[in-house]
Design a binder for this molecule. Structure first.
Ligand code: 5AD
Ligand code: SF4
Length: 462
C-alpha cells in the first residue's frame, strides 16, 4: 500500500464527545501512526476504543497519560526509526512514572519479544490482531500488571464503524485484510495473516451510514483488494462489490491497493462505468524486469502490466495511475533497472512511491545473498526519482487551465493563509478560499503546476 512514513493523527481533543460513553476522565492519549493506510485505519480503531474507555485524544506528546505507537514493519528503515522513537520516550517515562507506553502494529506483531527485552519501560505490546483489546490491556496496566503482551493471530475481530476519523468527511473502509501472495520481499503476510474478506452486506450498511453522515470520500482498503470475495461463500468479486457501493451516496469512492496479477479488464470497465468510483488506480509495479518480477514472485510480466496501463488510459477519462517501485532487489543488474525505467517512461505515472529494497526477516528474498553494490542501488534510485519527478511535473502541467472537482481538506501545512484540497487522484491543490469550505467539494481551476502539487483558483461549490 502507498506508504508515506510516520504520521501523527490529527486529533485535537475532539473525540470524547463523539464516542465517549459517559466515563469521562482527565486522561489524555497520544497516538502516533507509522506506515500505510491500513495502519492509519487501525489507529482510528485504537482511538475509538480509548475514547470509549474515557480517554481524550491529544495531538501533544507532552502532558499525555498514554502514548500509543502504531508501527510499520515493511522496510528496515521504518523499524530503525521506530526504535529511535521508542528510545526517546524513556525520558518522558522518567518525568512521569504514571505514563503508560503501548507499542502496537506490524513491528509489535513481528518483534514482540525484542521490543520487551530492548525497551523494558514499554508497558504494553500489542499486535495487528489485538487492536480491539487495547482498552482492556491499558486497564490491566492500570490495575498494576506489568509487561503486558497482547499478540496473537486470531483473524479480524472488529466491526466497521468502530473507529474515530481524524477528518470526519473522509473514511477508510477495509474490505479485505491480510494477504496470501507472499511476494518474496514482503513481510505483510507474516504480520497481517491470511486474506479475510468482510461481508458485502456489512460493507454496504456501513457505507450507507457514512453517506448519511455526509462523508465525501471513502477509500476501500485491502492489501490486495482484487482478492476480495475469494474466501466468501457467495459469488462476489471486487468489481461487483464496487458496483454495489457506487449508488450508495458517497461522492468519491477510491480503493487501494490493486495487484497487477489480479487487476482485470472487467474492473477497468466497472470503474469507467461507475459514477462515484474515481478514475485513479494505484497499481504497484515494483520492477519492470521480468527476471526480477519472477524472483519477486509477482506473477505478472512487464508486457501484462503495460497492457493494463494501455487499457486504463484508453477507457477511463482523465485516468491517473500511481505506483510503488523498488530498486536493488537481490540479483538486480543494470539491464533490469533499464527495464524499470522503460516502464516508467511508457506508463507515465502521475506519482511513484520509490524505495530501495531492504531485506525483511522471515521473507524468501532475505535468504538470497544480496550482491547488489550500494553504489548501484543509490545511482538507480537517484535516476528513477529524477525521471519520475520530471514526468510528474509534465503530467501536472497538462492540468493547467482545466477545472476539476476537489475535496477541501484543511489548511496548507506550509502556509495557513491557503487551503489544501485534493483532486480525484489525490494530487494536492493549494488555493485561497473561505475556511468554511473545509470538508466540502468545490471546483478549482488549475493555475500553476509544480512537481508535487498544483495551485488552483476557487471557482465555486459543487
Ligand atoms: N524493501 C523495500 N521496499 C519494500 N516494499 C515492500 N517491502 C519492501 C522491502 N522489503 C515497498 C513495496 C510496496 C510498498 C508498500 O513498500 O514497493 O508496494
Ligand atoms: Fe506484500 Fe505482495 Fe501482499 Fe502486497 S501483495 S502485501 S507486496 S505480499
Amino acid at each position: 500500500m502507498g506508504n508515506q512514513g510516520p504520521k501523527q493523527h490529527g486529533y485535537r481533543n475532539m473525540a470524547l464527545k463523539r464516542t465517549g460513553d459517559g466515563k469521562k476522565t482527565n486522561q489524555k492519549a497520544y497516538i502516533k501512526t507509522f506506515g500505510c493506510q491500513m495502519n492509519e485505519y487501525d489507529s482510528e480503531r485504537i482511538a475509538y476504543h480509548l475514547t470509549k474507555a474515557g480517554y481524550t485524544l491529544t495531538g501533544r506528546l507532552e502532558g499525555s497519560d498514554l502514548i500509543v505507537l502504531n508501527t510499520c514493519a515493511v522496510r528496515e528503515k521504518a523499524k530503525n526509526r521506530l526504535y529511535g522513537h521508542i528510545g526517546n520516550l524513556k525520558k518522558h517515562k522518567k518525568e512521569n512514572p504514571h505514563l503508560i507506553i503501548a507499542v502496537g502494529g506490524c513491528t509489535a506483531q513481528n518483534l514482540r519479544a525484542d521490543i520487551q527485552k530492548d525497551f523494558p519501560f514499554v508497558d504494553i505490546v500489542f499486535g495487528t490482531f489485538n487492536v480491539s483489546q487495547i482498552a482492556q490491556l491499558v486497564a490491566q496496566k492500570q490495575k498494576g500488571r506489568s509487561n503486558i503482551c497482547g499478540v496473537k493471530e486470531q483473524g479480524f475481530d472488529y466491526q466497521l464503524g468502530q473507529s474515530v476519523r481524524p477528518q470526519p468527511f473522509k473514511a477508510f473502509v477495509p474490505v479485505i485484510t491480510g494477504c496470501n501472495n507472499f511476494c518474496s520481499y514482503c513481510i505483510v503476510p507474516f504480520v497481517r495473516g491470511r486474506e479475510k474478506s468482510l461481508p458485502p452486506e456489512a460493507i454496504a450498511a456501513h457505507i450507507k451510514d457514512l453517506a448519511h453522515q455526509g462523508v465525501k470520500e471513502v477509500t476501500l482498503l485491502g492489501q490486495n483488494v482484487n482478492s476480495y470475495g475469494k474466501d466468501l461463500d457467495q459469488a462476489i468479486d471486487f468489481s461487483s462489490l464496487l458496483e454495489k457501493m457506487d449508488p450508495l451516496g458517497i461522492p468519491w469512492i477510491r480503493f487501494m491497493t490493486s495487484h497487477p496479477k489480479d487487476f482485470s479488464p472487467k474492473l477497468v470497465k466497472v470503474v469507467a462505468g461507475c459514477d462515484q468510483a474515481v478514475n485513479h488506480i494505484h497499481l504497484p509495479l515494483q520492477s519492470g524486469s521480468n527476471a526480477v518480477l519472477e524472483k519477486m514472485n509477482r506473477k505478472y510480466t512487464q508486457e501484462h502490466y503495460l497492457g493494463m496501463v494501455q487499457d486504463m488510459k484508453a477507457n477511463m477519462k482523465n485516468c491517473s495511475i500511481t505506483t510503488d517501485i523498488m530498486v536493488g532487489f537481490p540479483g538486480e543488474e543494470e539491464k533490469d533497472f533499464k527495464q524499470t525505467m522503460h516502464v516508467v517512461k511508457k506508463a507515465r505515472f502521475k506519482r511513484a512511491f520509490t524505495f530501495i529494497y531492504s531485506p525483511r526477516e522471515r521473507t524468501a528474498a532475505a535468504k538470497i545473498k544480496d550482491v547488489v553494490p550500494l553504489a548501484s542501488k543509490k545511482k538507480w534510485f537517484g535516476e528513477l526519482v529524477a525521471v519520475q519527478n520530471r514526468i510528474s511535473y509534465e503530467e501536472n502541467k497538462k492540468m493547467e487551465g482545466k477545472t476539476f472537482q476537489a475535496l477541501v481538506e484543511g489548511y496548507s501545512p506550509k502556509d495557513k493563509g491557503l487551503l489544501q484540497a485534493r483532486l480525484y487522484d489525490h494530487t494536492v491543490v493549494l488555493c485561497r478560499a473561505p475556511k468554511q469550505l473545509i470538508g466540502k467539494m468545490v471546483y478549482l481551476e488549475i493555475k500553476q503546476a509544480k512537481a508535487f502539487y498544483l495551485i488552483g483558483n476557487y471557482q465555486g461549490k459543487c
